[in-house]
Structures are given as C-alpha cells and as structure tokens.
Design a binder for this molecule. Structure first.
Ligand code: FE2
Ligand code: FE2
Length: 131
C-alpha cells in the first residue's frame, strides 16, 4: 500500500470522502499489481479502472461544486481535466508498449491525488463550511 486515507484528507462530505477512499484503493491496487509483476493486460485493466473511476468522481464532485455555487469552479475543473489527460496518456502509452511501467508514474499519480485533495478539494470544503 502506498497511500492510506486518513481523517486529514476529509472534505467533510460523506459521499465524496467515500469516493476519495475508493480512488485511493484503486491506486493501491495498481501499485500492488506493479509490484507483483502482473501482465501488461492486467495492468492496463487496472489503469482503465482508475481512469473510469477518476472521471466518475470528478463529474460527481463538479456537480457538487455547482450545487453550492463554488466560485473557483473553473480553475478546479481545469485541474481535473489535466489529471484525466495525464492518465489517458499513460494508458495510451501502456497500450502501445511505449512505456515501461515505473514507480515514477505511480508516484506522480499518488502525489497529484494527495495534493489535489489537500490543496484543491479542501478549498470547496472550507467554502461550504464542511471542514
Ligand atoms: Fe477535485
Ligand atoms: Fe476529489
């Protein structure tokens, strides 16, 4: 396990916290697959799972931000789009054998995710007085 959800990552919203937990567990599964030397097919499948869930979570979070009239919505959405593009690129590379799966990629995903929850998601949480 490279990442664990802890209280300090809370956005004070039950559904969104649960989604962040699931998101983290998918990243951990991918990391574990990498460590276990799983096949390219299996790893590709795990990346697709992560990508799909990321899109699902972002859409849900964006709906929530709209519903509370969050003023920094556009900047936040841009960050989401950036991350989706990075994972999509990553997926394309694996599929086309252009990338040796490395810890560097996992570290990028992990660092981005944690910084995003703490630095960006928690801003809407503060705006909504959830935390
Ligand atoms: Fe977000
Ligand atoms: Fe989020």
């Amino acid at each position: 396990m490279i990442l664990k959800w802890t209280e300090d990552l809370s956005v004070g919203h039950e559904t969104l916290d649960k989604e962040h937990q699931k998101w983290i567990s998918l990243l951990n599964d991918f990391y574990q697959g990498l460590m276990d030397g799983k096949s390219k097919e299996k790893l590709t499948e795990l990346v697709v799972g992560m990508l799909d869930y990321t899109k699902y979570h972002f859409a849900d979070e964006e709906r929530y931000m709209k519903s509370i009239g969050y003023p920094d919505f556009d900047a936040h959405k841009e960050k989401h789009d950036y991350y989706v593009n990075r994972i999509t690129e990553f997926y394309e590379k694996i599929k086309n054998d252009r990338l040796i799966l490395s810890l560097e990629v996992t570290n990028f995903l992990k660092t981005w995710l944690i910084n995003h929850i703490k630095g960006t998601d928690q801003q809407y949480a503060r705006f909504a007085n959830n935390i």
